[in-house]
Design a protein around this ligand. Sequence first.
Ligand SMILES: Nc1ncnc2c1ncn2[C@@H]1O[C@H](COP(=O)(O)OP(=O)(O)OP(=O)(O)O)[C@@H](O)[C@H]1O
Length: 444
Amino acid sequence: MKNDSESTHAGNAGSSESGSSVVDSILDGEQRTVFKNKDLVDPNTIVDQDRIYGRDEQLAAEARAFRDTLEGERPPDLLLYGPSGTGKTLTVKAVANKVKKRAEQKGIAFDFVAVNFKTMESHTLDRAVWKLGYQTAKKAGIVWDIPRKGVSTDAKYVRLYEIVDQHFESLVFILDEIDALTGHKNEDEPAYSRLLYSLSRVMAEQHVDTLISTVVVTNYPKFRENLDSRTDSSYNPNGIHFSDYDANELIEILDRRRDAFKEDALEDGVVKLVAAYGAQNEGDARRAIDLLRDAGEIANKNGDSKVKEEHVQSANDSVVKNRVLEIVGGMSLQKKLSLYAAAMVANVNDGTAPSPVVYQAYKTICNMSNREIYTQETVNSHINKAGTYGVLESERTSSGYKSGVHLLFKFNEPVDAVLENLEEDSTFDDIDAEKIHSIAAKLL
Ligand SMILES: Nc1ncnc2c1ncn2[C@@H]1O[C@H](COP(=O)(O)OP(=O)(O)OP(=O)(O)O)[C@@H](O)[C@H]1O
């Protein structure tokens, strides 16, 4: 271990000629930054309504539901559904914040408690109730006095509803990604079904006077098919749909956040390029906002006073690389070999790869690297696994390759990025890429 004097010595090596260290200059804010208000490009910020673009219909439906609160009635349950990053959480929290202000003026004790179930370490009912209790106590301004373990789920419910009853006249639970709440493997009824049942029956069965309603936020509305029949009959939410954004809509969204940056810090074309990448990425506004911020960070790191298209490009390259790395990094060796063969073929065939050609390439790769050769069926199934993570899609077809029905793999992620990531594994050191490409080209 280094002693103190060695550490100090190392620190001096980083000092500039003027004597002020890099750290001091960063902390003193002397380093140039392109940002003026970075919060605006933080996806967790709930922006004001004037920065929300194109969601008037959904905002209106949410406002109509919440208005009941201001009239002393229970708002209907809502189900907000649609792909990731399409404004479900943003719009409902923006409306709830407004309602809260108006309720305050009218002397109504209203609040909302939001919990994301996907981010919990364990997806059981017990943990979910504990977390709801913790967040509700926080909103009530009291300490949540229930330990995670050693107290039954029933006792947690009882304390939660006690707090609700004592502190709120009207309360909305915003249940984000509720479908993640699957519960223990051996349970017949998913945990989300039991939670929704309890929340929908609480006013009647637990002698709670508070007007309680739920807003479920999900990418997977089909979760309702797995609701227990008794939950299904007492849970009848109003559905509100959110579709993904196209490039023009993303431009409008990003334009309303330009003041995250200093004046003139965004070069022409930057917003348009970010929006174009965002539209390719499933029209997810979160990813687009992240990309714009990352591009700004790269400009800062390079000491540039403006964000340029090249910063966006390199931010996007590293996003793609990280995403592919996350998927490919955890694969077993045989899955990597199979995916590598598919990517090699797709690389010389416009991003698509017929399974018989992939199998020939796979066998050559295994021979070159002295690996055991598995059957074509296994190889296809290994490659399809990569499909479940969104790297590629496959379809059964009889066209595009000689005769006979075969699988055609179509890459969603850039093939270059997939190959680059796989090649970081030493297994692929001895592979002669030229040879594989020429075998594939002959067969295609
Ligand atoms: N119409 C919009 N106008 C302005 N910003 C938006 C809009 N839609 C989404 N955003 C921004 O995109 C990001 C993601 O939005 P939000 O969290 O609401 O997505 P979501 O639909 O709830 O996604 P998920 O299903 O992943 O939870 C947030 O930073 C939000 O501010």
